[in-house]
Ligand binder design. Structure first.
Ligand code: DX5
Ligand code: ZN
Length: 213
């Protein structure tokens, strides 16, 4: 299991040190939650802060856009050269075009799905995607309760990916901890995002290790 700590639950007064700490504690990616106050009822960080995060990080960035104007934000964050940019399909009229745009920047494209959203729209996109992010909480805040409905969705998505012969990875985001990691692994998840579980723990290394099942 790859582990992507979400910096949303970090101490923002010491952000550089908090990013270094998770990188030194064995994480695989650094998950960056970008919220615009429109798509979700919360507002987080822009390119100035994300550039600082990138400088402090020794691991690739995984940018999760929770915004209305995806194209604008892709252009804004592409210069930071993240490994992944994921955008929400609920907010995109032309997902296929946006996937190409992200790939043209040399970035791996990913689509994110809210908890209520089915997999139907992905049928013709799976081949084009390097990752699919399934939300296991309603997007907007860290520290929410894990929604077990995602487990069935992971299993179905895995089947679709295998059927297509694609290499698309499955990422789950929200409420992940040592309490649900075995079930997530069993369902077929490749990458977990964890914010509060890691950053609220007293030992980041131990917390990250406990998710590497
Ligand atoms: C929620 C974000 C998540 C969040 C995860 O909108 O996308 O990445 O920070 O935080 P936890 O692990 O605390 O649910
Ligand atoms: Zn996220």
């Amino acid at each position: 299991m790859l582990v992507a700590p979400s910096i949303l639950s970090a101490d923002f007064g010491n952000l550089g040190a908090e990013v270094k700490a998770i990188c030194d504690s064995g994480c695989d990616l650094v998950h960056v939650d970008v919220m615009d106050g429109h798509f979700v009822p919360n507002l987080t960080i822009g390119p100035v802060v994300v550039e600082a995060v990138e400088k402090a990080s020794t691991k690739p960035l995984d940018i999760h856009l929770m915004v209305e104007n995806n194209r604008f934000f892709v252009d804004l964050f592409a210069p930071v050269k993240p490994k992944y940019i994921s955008f929400h399909i609920e907010e995109e009229k032309h997902p296929h075009r946006l996937i190409q745009k992200i790939r043209d920047y040399g970035i791996s494209p990913a689509i994110a799905l809210n908890p209520h959203r089915g997999l139907e729209d992905l049928e013709y996109l799976i081949d084009e995607l390097d990752m699919i992010l399934l939300m296991s909480v309603n997007p907007g805040f860290g520290g929410q309760k894990f929604l077990p409905l995602v487990l069935d969705k992971v299993r179905r998505l895995k089947e679709l990916i295998v059927k297509k012969g694609a290499n698309t990875l499955i990422e789950v985001d929200g409420g992940v901890s040592d309490k649900n990691i075995a079930k997530l692994k069993d369902a077929g998840v490749d990458i977990v995002v964890a914010g509060s579980y890691i950053y609220k723990s007293s030992d980041y290394q131990k917390a990250i290790e406990s998710l590497k099942v």
